[in-house]
Design a binder for this molecule. Structure first.
Ligand SMILES: Cc1cc2nc3c(=O)[nH]c(=O)nc-3n(C[C@H](O)[C@H](O)[C@H](O)COP(=O)(O)OP(=O)(O)OC[C@H]3O[C@@H](n4cnc5c(N)ncnc54)[C@H](O)[C@@H]3O)c2cc1C
Length: 466
């Protein structure tokens, strides 16, 4: 087992708003070590973390034991005929992509991941499964669709296999279960053939967005998203955007390796998004329009440049060298035919609160019928905001109020929100958007009566719901 760290403080990487004292960090390297940890420390309460990007305290439990899963990342096997990869749940996406390349030549064709989160690559498979993450697929449900099976260490410290055929009720709780039903140690991931994809870029108005998505889908596009204009003073605010889609083009030669902006380009854009939002959008649009027609591998195009800590960038940047701050993401869902109305409401919310949205995208997501607490409870249009949040009481309160107003707006159109990004939703909002939450908490008690796996997020949910 890797060295233990005692009595230290941990925090989430992106918002840095969840500093938490923990009494011990343990880093198991495989299922046996993880099971031994759970048996040894279960009585003290255990939180499980991957790469620490969730922002609501889902991965930490105050003054308790933290199992850091990132040493469990070895490849455990593959089936190159069927496109299945067995790998440790602590693997991050770059590990998974590398493991796919190691399968090249073993099967009928190269294999690739089907989807991953956008915006960051160093997120673990376990963390992705725990929130049931999604990528930018135009016709895809969340990542549960890509999970064949997983190995779970239960609250009793037993290792069990879970899939749609084996321990199916537990599988449905674990995916999207935020680490509360056990520790995932290995995952068998369903891969797809690796294909060249041609990027197609349009600048469009939101009124045309739903039809544009339909057109691109009819055209055979598999991936796509819409990056909208962020200047509240501009008529195009939350209206005009860059619609980038990807269509398989099997005969084409891949023309570009990395599809994303470089680190320097990202920092430049980020800086502009703080100082001149209109210019930031124009620059971003120009970059994307210039890449229209380029061909990328289907996995490469999903990799992103990530500045590990925006807060660090902001505090070190001379233009923003004032109070500490970070970007808190908030993600809303509405039925696709209510998108225009929701965005009109969101414009009002942001203009009134004055909270800056540093960048944002709109994506499409298909319904998830597998998990117990599905956030994709139907087909959604998914709208993401990155709220600039000073780390002061006033700054945090303003962002919280804005996030709540956006949730109210989405819920008013029959929509919902993603639980992973903060714990700012009010009780009524949680119950309205996740009516199965009380049942989910009851299942938690049934599966884990001693409360072995807990987090500050879980304690928060219990305190406001029970
Ligand atoms: C910049 C950025 C971009 C993002 N983009 C997207 C996106 O495009 N789509 C999307 O869906 N999400 C996105 N997210 C959210 C992200 O997918 C989730 O927060 C994810 O859970 C983070 O994974 P992690 O490895 O950092 O996990 P952590 O933050 O460490 O943990 C998150 C949760 O997973 C649980 N967990 C972790 N590992 C295990 C395990 N092995 N077994 C059981 N439970 C475990 C933890 O207990 C916790 O509840 C983004 C987040 C950021 C910061």
């Amino acid at each position: 087992m890797n060295p233990l760290s005692e009595s230290t403080r941990v925090n989430d990487v992106h918002s840095a708003l969840n500093e938490t004292p923990v009494s011990l960090i343990v880093r198991p390297r495989d299922t046996d070590e993880a099971a031994a940890c759970v048996r040894e420390h279960g009585g003290r309460g255990i939180a499980v973390c991957g790469a620490r990007h969730a922002m609501g305290g889902q991965q930490f439990l105050r003054d308790s034991v933290l199992i850091d899963t990132r040493a469990m990342k070895a490849v455990r096997g593959c089936d190159a005929e069927r496109g299945l990869l067995r790998i440790g749940a602590g693997a991050v996406w770059t590990d998974v992509v590398r493991a796919c390349r190691e399968m090249d030549g073993l099967g009928p064709h190269p294999w690739a991941i089907r989807q991953k989160q956008t915006g960051a690559d160093e997120l673990t498979l376990g963390g992705s499964i725990a929130c049931n993450a999604h990528g930018r697929g135009l016709l895809m449900g969340p990542i549960v669709e890509d999970v064949e099976s997983l190995r779970l260490v239960t609250p009793d410290g037993e290792a069990v296999e879970c899939s749609r055929a084996e321990n199916a009720p537990l599988f449905a709780l674990v995916v999207g279960g935020y680490g509360l039903f056990g520790l995932v140690t290995e995952v068998t991931l369903r891969l797809v053939p690796r294909r060249p994809m041609r990027r197609l870029v349009d600048i469009i108005d939101i009124d045309d967005a739903v039809r544009a998505v339909e057109r691109r889908i009819a055209d055979g596009c598999v991936y796509g998203d819409f990056q909208y204009a962020i200047d509240p003073a501009d008529a195009g605010f939350l209206r005009r955007g860059v619609f980038a889609c990807y269509r398989p083009d099997d005969g084409a030669t891949v023309t570009s390796g990395e599809s994303d902006l470089t680190r320097d380009q990202w920092i430049g854009l980020l800086r502009l998004a703080h100082t001149d939002k209109r210019a930031a959008f124009e620059k971003y649009s120009a970059h994307y329009l210039a890449s229209h027609g380029r061909v990328y591998w289907s996995d490469d195009l999903q990799l992103s440049t990530y500045i590990p800590s925006y807060s660090e960038f902001l505090t070190h940047d001379s233009a923003a060298a004032h109070a500490r701050e970070s970007l808190v993401i908030t993600e809303l869902y509405v039925p696709p035919d209510r998108l225009g109305e929701f965005l009109a409401a969101a414009r009002g919310v942001l203009r009134e609160s004055g909270v800056e949205d540093i960048y944002g995208t709109i994506r499409s997501i298909r319904r998830d019928d597998t998990t117990f607490l599905p956030w994709a409870s139907r087909d959604w249009a998914c709208i993401i905001f990155n709220l600039r949040t000073p780390h002061t009481d006033a700054g945090i309160n303003r962002s919280r109020g804005t996030a709540r107003a956006l949730i109210d707006a989405a819920a008013g159109f029959g929509g919902s929100f993603f639980l992973t990004y903060h714990r700012w939703a009010a009780r009524e909002q949680l119950l309205r958007c996740y009516p199965r939450l009380p049942e989910f908490l009851a299942k938690k008690t049934e599966v884990d009566p001693r409360g072995v796996f807990r987090s500050d997020w879980y304690e928060h949910l219990r305190s406001i719901l029970e």
